[in-house]
Design a binder for this molecule. Sequence first.
Ligand code: APR
Ligand code: PHB
Length: 388
Amino acid sequence: MRTQVCIIGGGPSGLLLSQLLHRAGIDTVVLERQSRAHVLSRIRAGVLEWGSTEVLDAAGVGARMHREGFVHDGVQLAARNRAIRIDFKELTGKPVLVYGQTEVTHDLYEARDAMGGTIITEAAGVTLHGLPDAPYVTFTKDGVEQRLDCDYIAGCDGFHGASRRAIPDKLLKTFEKIYPFGWLGVLSETPPVAPELIYASHERGFALCSMRNPQLSRYYIQVPLEDRVEAWSDTAFWDELRRRIPHEAAETLVTGPSIEKSIAPLRSFVAEPMRWGRLFLVGDAAHIVPPTGAKGLNLAVSDVHYLSRALIARYRDGSEALIEGYSETALRRVWKAIRFSWWMTTLLHRFPDQTAFDLHIQAGEIDYLGESVAARTALAENYVGLPF
Ligand code: APR
Ligand code: PHB
């Protein structure tokens, strides 16, 4: 087999890249290790920057997102018995769109099918060869070993994928911060507790009230890393959430059985560079953010935006400049999102080793947000997404 761009990974990064390239007349093959049903069963975050919605529109996958997504003009920060509204619309002129990543992925698979895109699922043992200059990929499908020749490889295979590992250790720098807690998340078929997301900082730990639609809510609480999800009954979860969110929200919270419950660790991670010759790293393959600023999917979209633009320029007029600049351009935006999600995480969580000094700094920062339009604007412009 031969293609122009071999895309490893059929998550949102790989599918969106494939879709944008195909629309520009560039041939791609997507190799995905899991089944489609497995990919579509993963529950991830649900907030799209406005710029991300524009890229999805440009990819021709925005129709259902605009019909079924919810435009949110702001969020609530709740801390130390005060509520601070961050009014994105007023502060930045832009809202965000609440629409689950699972739905984005679903729309991308439908669009790829409609255009006859090649997606090989359950591709085992995907291995990268010939890098940096003459790439090809081998894999096994239905017990048969296959070879795929290509001009470029896009590594869209997430944090645990094969692509980043194909870059020699001596060329790759990694930067990592592990946070000393996780998020216990619950999805429930209950109406959201408030019309906007609530990020709550409480002495017992952080909590987040989010949503997917008027009948589907998503809630999270900060838990110790050692906690096991089996040890958290639904009742214990709801009781703990109620303690951490503002009184009015706790009183009106509608609870129900969880339809998904899991614990995710929190990590910041960056791998540099994001290009090695004809291999590019995209999305979670290159970087991980803690979920506090909802940046994971949005960063994947901005990487795809930069890479698709570079590959389209290369195939249209032979220009290599954007390809050569891909890593640097993408990383500049990545580091700003890494900084913002680290800052939101540090601002709102309780850390096991926090001193009285640290607690005062946190309280001072939250007070400042309540009092200063400049501080709220800085939060808002990062949350709605920095320009591409
Ligand atoms: N071969 C083929 N496919 C692989 C391999 C491999 N060796 N390893 C992983 N994959 C697949 C995974 O099964 C997954 O479907 O690559 C895909 C990567 O998808 P994601 O992990 O979702 O990463 P990405 O597409 O970059 O999406 C960005 O935004 O909200 C965040 O972390 C969240 O999923 C997220 C992301
Ligand atoms: C979610 O809805 O799952 C969600 C929303 C905002 C975040 C993280 C997760 O910051």
